[in-house]
Design a protein around this ligand. Structure first.
Ligand SMILES: Nc1nc2c(c(=O)[nH]1)N[C@H]1C(S)=C(S)[C@@H](COP(=O)(O)O)O[C@H]1N2
Ligand SMILES: [Mo]
Length: 201
């Protein structure tokens, strides 16, 4: 078996192989689009982002207010349950910690909800302490509509279906409530390192 360089394209190395969870392959420079329905096109004037549900103080930001929040740049590997991974993706946006800071969270989970009706559930522990963002920039450019623009959730340590595109808010829930793919048999949590693809994995 040859382990030498393939000549051009993305370098294979011990470092990147260590970053590939079980059953995944490196998609290189490609960035596949996976959407369960049509791409919504919500104009900024009609866009807002909400934190609601089991909170003491519900929050809403207009597009301009969201853009004025403290921002972070993140460079992360992402892993889709259809087996592609992409290394070193660069995003900018607002940490979920910042979005939840003044809400007075009382529940244990969040259900992210999106334009078009997509939802996905996450334990609070998976979206706090610097593990999740609402991002509006990819690779230095405004996030393209097919990849979730104007803004999407980014939860890179879980399979990418947890990173809800066209996100419009987080509903804090008192208990775990399955989202769109979770209802159709995907794993509840989706840790790529444990290969939690489908319920029962
Ligand atoms: N709103 C919404 N978010 C979504 C999806 C979707 O269909 N609708 N697909 C999910 C899945 S299965 C994956 S793998 C990623 C794909 O993101 P991409 O199209 O930017 O690669 O978005 C996730 N977020
Ligand atoms: Mo996916």
């Amino acid at each position: 078996m040859s382990l030498v360089s393939r000549g051009f394209g993305r370098r294979r190395s011990a470092t990147t192989d260590d970053r590939l969870p079980p059953g995944q392959y490196d998609t290189g420079d490609r960035f596949p689009v996976l959407s369960a329905g049509p791409t919504p096109h919500t104009p900024p004037a009609q866009w807002d982002l909400a934190v609601r549900g089991e909170v003491a103080a519900p929050q809403t930001w207009t597009w301009e207010e969201f853009r004025a929040l403290p921002r972070e740049s993140v460079s992360v590997d992402i892993h889709c349950v259809t087996k592609w991974s992409k290394f070193g993706t660069r995003w900018e946006g607002v940490s979920v910690d910042t979005l939840l800071a003044d809400a007075g969270v009382q529940g244990s989970h969040v259900l992210a909800f999106s334009d078009g009706g997509y939802t996905t559930n996450l334990p609070l522990d998976d979206v706090t302490n610097g593990r999740a963002w609402v991002v509006d920039t990819y690779d230095g450019q405004p996030l393209a509509p097919e990849h979730g623009g104007p803004a999407r959730l980014l939860v890179p340590h879980l399979y990418f279906w947890k990173s809800a595109k066209w996100v419009r808010g987080l509903s804090v829930t008192p208990r775990n409530e399955p989202g769109f793919w979770e209802t159709f048999g995907y794993h509840d949590r989706g840790d790529p390192w444990r290969e939690q693809r489908y319920s029962g994995d």
